[in-house]
Design a protein around this ligand. Structure first.
Ligand code: PGA
Length: 254
């Protein structure tokens, strides 16, 4: 990664941990990463654990994200959670368009776009996920798929709107499979996202400052070489973020 961008290591807890389990892990994590000043450390527990975890991390260097939101402010939308609710639970960021949401819950590039708008309006940092499936990679469609996700997801925004945007590149074939993209494969895509997608549409300044995380089977053993790549600015970690000690090792990648 380049020095002008601050690394961000984010843990996506997915649908794991009850409130008490989440509080316990967060309590351990706060201690484990207390010495870290050179990177942002973030965790995204399930909705039910956000508020209790926010109390645990209050005076620490760990920040909180939600895993999803709905774009309306309030209303008769049974089962949904708004940006304002997420903010009030102590979050500063929200993951949007994770491939599991796209795959299992019918999220489209259009709904992702609305969610990013709602997050920005509420001053939540959007962590916008993109990635190709194994079939798309095999048929050499990786770049066209990513280009479409980026264009549609970021439609109607100006570069000023996207100052806080974080992009997460997560090849679907590498999520939870133990298969990681090589650091070279990831770097190739990160450069494409920065130079072809961000710079062409939003200009050099935003392209240079936007943080692009890699996600997909990140572990203590591979984070170092990923972070060595010039366009990889951090990681979105699933499975390996559930244990405070393991996630702590990833955060201490240097
Ligand atoms: P994984 O998940 O680290 O378990 O592969 C990454 C993610 O889905 O964000």
């Amino acid at each position: 990664m380049e020095e002008n961008r601050r690394p961000l290591i984010a843990g996506n807890w997915k649908m794991f941990k009850t409130c008490s389990e989440a509080v316990e892990t967060a309590t351990q994590l706060v201690k484990t990463v207390a010495d870290v000043t050179v990177a942002d450390v973030m965790i995204a527990p399930p909705f039910t654990a956000l508020f209790p975890v926010s109390e645990v991390i209050k005076n620490s260097n760990v920040v909180l994200a939600a895993q999803n939101l709905f774009w309306e402010n309030e209303g008769a939308y049974t089962g949904e959670i708004s940006a304002g609710m997420i903010l009030s639970a102590g979050c500063t960021a929200v993951i949007i368009g994770h491939s599991e949401r796209r795959q299992f819950f019918g999220e489209s590039d259009e709904s992702v776009n609305k969610k990013i708008k709602a997050a920005i309006k509420a001053k939540l940092i959007p962590i916008f996920c993109v990635g190709e499936t194994e079939k798309e990679r095999e048929s050499k469609d990786t770049f066209s798929v990513l280009d479409k996700q980026m264009k549609k997801g970021l439609q109607d925004f100006s570069s000023d709107d996207l100052e806080t945007l974080v992009i997460a590149y997560e090849p679907v074939w590498a999520i939870g499979t133990g298969k990681t993209a090589t650091s070279g494969q990831a770097q190739e895509v990160h450069r494409f996202l920065r130079e072809e997608c961000m710079e062409k549409k939003f200009g050099n300044k935003l392209a240079k400052s936007v943080r692009i995380l890699y996600g997909g089977s990140v572990k203590p053993g591979n984070i170092g070489e990923l972070m060595f790549m010039p366009d990889i600015d951090g990681a979105l970690v699933g499975g390996a973020s559930l244990d405070a000690e393991t996630f702590g090792k990833i955060v201490h990648y240097k």
